[in-house]
Design a protein around this ligand. Structure first.
Ligand SMILES: [Fe+2]
Length: 186
């Protein structure tokens, strides 16, 4: 289950606050314009959950298992496609990839991730508010377009996710801060 850790909100006495109750996490992230849902992983068999080298037909089986949730999110948010992505110690150039993910950036599309296995930390920055969202298996998170953020793996150094897109081209990382006039308030 996801947890939220406040790094800084401009008020020192709140730094380090941890939110680890599911409904409180969902409410906090909703208040930040994000989406958090718990889709669960009970339906997965061991191989689909554990393997980081799924064949294309196995990736499709994984997507099919979450077909209802994916279609509901696509129709409510206007997403069009989905795929499966993994990062692990077997990923070529993992450290080079992580260096890019660890730099603050935003995208012109939402960043939508459902965690099938492993874990990761999305750090969100909104002006002086900075908080970590640590995601674990069963968590669905949406980082809205134009929200400044960065990502890192946890010490287990692996994550397997379903990604959902409006347009894969919209997921190009933009490192420069957007001009204020072009950034939606969400
Ligand atoms: Fe990103």
């Amino acid at each position: 289950m996801a947890t939220v850790t406040i790094r800084s909100n401009g008020q020192v006495h709140h730094a380090g606050q941890v939110i680890d109750d599911k409904s409180a996490v969902s409410a906090y992230l909703k208040g930040q314009g994000m989406i958090y849902e718990s889709w669960g992983v009970e339906r997965l068999n061991g191989h689909l959950k554990d393997s980081y080298t799924l064949k294309p037909e196995e990736q499709q089986s994984l997507l099919d298992l979450y077909g209802t949730e994916i279609s509901d999110l696509k129709s409510s948010q206007g997403y069009l496609t989905q795929d499966v992505v993994v990062l692990s110690s077997a990923t070529p150039n993992l450290d080079t990839i992580l260096e890019k993910f660890r730099r603050e950036h935003h995208h012109t599309d939402d960043e939508v991730r459902f965690v099938v296995d492993g874990s990761g930390i999305f750090t969100i920055r909104k002006d002086r508010l900075v908080f970590d969202v640590t995601v674990t298996p069963g968590d669905l998170i949406v980082v809205p377009a134009y929200t400044r953020h960065w990502f890192d793996l946890t010490p287990e150094r692996k994550i397997k996710c379903i990604r959902i897109f409006k347009d894969p081209a919209g997921w190009v990382a933009i490192y420069e801060e957007p001009a204020v006039s072009s950034a939606p308030a969400a």
